[in-house]
Design a protein around this ligand. Structure first.
Ligand code: COI
Length: 354
């Protein structure tokens, strides 16, 4: 390994930052001035660059476009009171990116390529990290096939990129979910545990059908029997039932969420009883009916801690207790924010300072 990469930095001549309304930031609408890009050709990474953010040139025959040979990550950077930039658990995203890369026959990304790219990009675009409450800089690393071959085989050429965008809340209010018992997001032996485009695209249609019926998101169930809860559209799902934190255990069909892991770590640290196991739909509905379902929320990078207001199942909507009284999820959201914005001690070594 070489000591430092030779990243060529081509700065933009006209920043777009003046067009950003820092008091009204929406999720994923405006992108920072620069992107990081590296090419993989002949079994090696080359042309490691920071470039002005602009449209990509890609072969119309690229398997990224035809077969979804494309993986991605999502992480966030925050600005603390001193104006320093704090990135939340970027090492975990690299770990997961490489798990996705293996499943999709793509090359692994080294720590050096990832961290030097990330550090250089965030340092250059540090003014894009917002500091208004509830905002952050969303970071989207992604790896795509750069072949120009339309047959089906492992690709040979790739491009690794990082783009960033200032974001506010992904969900602006508590969400209504519907338990999906017909469509399938992922199955055993599939790629549900990866962050690959082909897991997300086909999930849009069933979600759109549910939205027509007044729901915001789906609560996916297992692909075999539709009896067990798996995850929600953009996040893992968690329940406080009978005083315990219960969440579906990981497997082939569930994303190993970094917010999920952070919530479980904090809960265990607080001495809370945690169960990672199969969670039956019937069990959730019975608990909701009997008033034992105290809190339900989603956990994800984009979504953070997203309160779930009601659960729809087979035509009945089960209302859940009011969000204001939800002790655990409100505390975990505040604690995670306090760590992310550098307001309390980083006890678990989760923060990477730029
Ligand atoms: C994230 O939470 O980072 C995601 O990737 C979810 C979604 C925006 C696809």
């Amino acid at each position: 390994m070489i000591d430092t990469l030779n990243i060529q930095v081509n700065k933009t001549s006209h920043s777009n930052i003046g067009k950003l309304d820092f008091n009204n930031i929406q999720f994923g609408k405006q992108y920072s001035d620069h992107l990081f890009v590296a090419k993989y050709e002949g079994g090696t990474w080359k042309d490691v660059l920071i470039e002005p953010y602009e449209d990509l040139r890609i072969s119309p025959a690229s398997p990224a476009l035809h077969y979804g040979i494309s993986i991605f990550e999502g992480l966030k950077a925050y600005k603390n009171d001193k104006g320093e930039i704090l990135v939340f658990r970027p090492d975990k995203n690299l770990e997961r990116l490489n798990i996705s890369a293996e499943r999709m026959c793509m090359p692994l990304i080294s720590e050096q390529l990832y961290f030097e790219g990330l550090n250089t990009l965030l340092d250059l675009d540090r003014d894009w990290v917002p500091s208004t409450p509830g905002t952050s800089l969303y970071i989207r690393p992604f790896l795509i096939s750069d072949d120009d071959f339309i047959g089906i085989k492992p690709s040979e050429d790739f491009r690794f990129l990082i783009i960033t965008c200032p974001v506010g809340a992904y969900y602006s209010k508590p969400v209504k979910v519907k338990i999906e018992t017909h469509y399938t997001r992922a199955a055993e032996g599939g790629s549900g545990y990866c962050k690959t485009g082909c897991n997300y695209g086909p999930a849009i249609y069933p979600a759109k059908l549910a939205q027509k019926d007044g729901y915001d998101q789906l609560l996916w169930t297992d692909g075999k029997e539709h009896k067990y809860v798996e995850e929600s559209g953009t996040m893992n799902v968690m329940f406080i039932m009978d005083g315990k934190l219960v969440t579906p255990s990981l497997g082939d069909s569930i994303l190993n969420g970094i917010t999920r892991d952070s919530v479980l770590t904090l809960a265990r640290d607080w001495g809370m009883e945690v169960e990672e196991r199969r969670v039956a739909v019937d069990e959730i509905i019975a608990a909701a009916r009997e008033g034992r379902l105290q809190e339900v929320f989603g956990a994800g990078t984009a979504a953070t801690i997203a309160q779930i207001e009601s659960i729809g199942h087979e035509g009945t909507d089960y209302s859940l207790p009011p969000v204001e009284g939800r002790e655990f999820s409100n505390k975990v959201l505040k604690t995670l924010d306090d760590i992310k914005y550098g307001r309390i001690e980083d006890k678990f070594d989760w923060i990477h300072k730029i």
